[in-house]
Design a protein. Sequence first.
Length: 137
Amino acid sequence: MIHTPAHRPLLDAILAHYGFRPECLSIVPDVAAAGTAAGFPDNEPLRAAKVLVGGPEPVIWLREEFSDDLRDAYIEDTCRTLTGGWCWTIGIKLTEPATFVAHLLLHEIGHFLKYPHDSPESERAAEAWALEQSRNF
Ligand SMILES: [Zn+2]
């Protein structure tokens, strides 16, 4: 089990690295529900993270808890969007809790800064960017 709030200091440091305030990130039990409540309907109950782009700073939600199964499903999905095993060769181990939540946040920051959700390529690009940026934390 990964409890995201336990990693709040790291997540805040990542936000600060890109010039964002801690208030940009909300850790919530249900990301889809938070997005829907904010006016962005979302019917994916297991969503790990979400970002609103287009404003002066990102509005990011991260899921509060991840079972091992949910973590592994997310990692499998992440790796599938990249060329085989690349996330391992870059030297980060996504199963490590701090690395896992840092990666989720970096992916959303990647969408905000460089790769808005406008194409399948933007998903792969945000993933690749997040993995590359992981080296900094
Ligand atoms: Zn994404």
